[in-house]
Each structure stands twice: as C-alpha cells, then as structure tokens.
Design a protein around this ligand. Structure first.
Ligand code: F6P
Length: 191
C-alpha cells in the first residue's frame, strides 16, 4: 500500500515575524519540531524511507536528524514572491496595495511581480509529482504553498481551493492510496 508523508519545515525566524519567502533559519520551536519529527519518523521504521526537501535551509534543518537518504529539490522551494520576497503582509499592504487586492481576488492565478503564481508552482511540480506517484515511504519536507499544491493534486481538490488548503506547522500529513483515492491523516506533533 502506497504511503506518502509530508511536513512543512519547522517554524522559521520569518514565520515568527510574519515575513514571506527568504531563506531564514529555524526558530528554537522549529528546531524542537525537527527533533520530534526525527524521533517520530524513526519509530515508524519505514522500509526504504527517503526524504525529499527543498533547497532552502529551513527544510534541510528540519529533516537533518532523520537517518535516510535525502534529496534536496529546487522544485520543492517555496513560491517565489519576486519583488515581494522578505516583506511582511503589512509591508505588502503598504507598498503593494494593488497587488495584494489582485491576489485576494484570484489567488490561484495571481503572479507576484517578477515572481510566481500558484499555477506556476503547480507546473514546476509536475515532474516531481509524477515521480512521487511511483514511490512509497517518501517524506517530503517543504513549504506552505508548495504543500498546498501537492496535497491538492493527490486529494483532487478543486484548483481554486488549493491556495487555501490548511497546512499547519508542526504537523505530519500522511496520505495512503486506497483504490484510486488517497486518504489523509494528520498527526499534530507536541513540541
Ligand atoms: O508565510 C510562510 C509562507 O511559506 C511564505 O514564505 C509564502 O509566501 C506563504 O507562506 C504562502 O502562503 P500564502 O500563499 O497564503 O501567502
């Protein structure tokens, strides 16, 4: 039975201050999640476990303690917000009010200036998703927008709803193929 695991990186210093994008380090809570994640995954004793992360330091640090082969894939990097990288949502509202309004209206198609849209992220994920479908016991450690796109694919979420899928921090998401459909379970980790 095919089983895939997913997690956002542990809380980053940017999550704490509400900034988007960037390549911030884990916060102390994020580091503590990395430890509980490694413990939990190790205890599952999954045969031929693999870990796939983005190339950003917050995902690599989150999975570093897991004894399994690790792949770092740029396709799993967070949505690129171009000129809006590193800004807080308040700064976005001040400096790019029109952009924010456009994004609110059509979050799926909205592309950041010099950056990406959710549709762009979905397109760059296609080769990874095709590969993932052929694997079992892969733990993917990635980012909020990317995980929304991946889960939306496996759970057949209507596209317009994908940018709003709830993917909380410090939670392991497990999907299991049953017939032609995936069932999802979430495991909230104590940190
Ligand atoms: O806030 C964390 C984060 O991963 C940002 O880096 C990213 O821009 C954002 O989430 C994506 O979520 P949303 O599309 O809801 O802004």
């Amino acid at each position: 039975q095919q089983t895939l695991y997913f997690s956002r990186h542990g809380e980053s210093e940017f999550n704490v201050i509400g900034r988007i994008g960037g390549d911030a380090k884990l916060s102390p809570r994020g580091r503590s999640y990395a430890q509980s994640l490694a413990k939990h995954i190790q205890a599952l004793n999954l045969p031929s476990l693999q870990v796939w992360t983005s190339t950003l330091q917050r995902t690599k640090a989150t999975s570093a303690g897991i004894p399994a082969p690790q792949l770092h894939l740029p396709e799993l990097d967070e949505i690129w917000s171009g000129e809006c990288e590193n800004l807080s949502y308040e700064e976005l509202a001040e400096r790019f009010p029109k952009e924010l309004a456009l994004r609110d209206r059509e979050k799926l198609k909205y592309r950041y200036p010099q950056g990406e849209s959710y549709i762009d992220v979905m397109n760059r994920l296609v080769p990874v998703l095709t590969q993932m479908e052929c694997e079992t016991n892969v733990l993917t450690v990635s980012h909020q927008a990317v995980l929304r796109c991946i889960l939306g694919y496996f759970l057949e979420t209507p596209p317009e709803e994908i940018p709003y899928i709830h993917v909380p921090l410090h939670t392991i998401i497990k999907i299991t193929l049953q017939g032609y459909h995936y069932n999802m379970e979430t495991i909230k980790m104590p940190i």
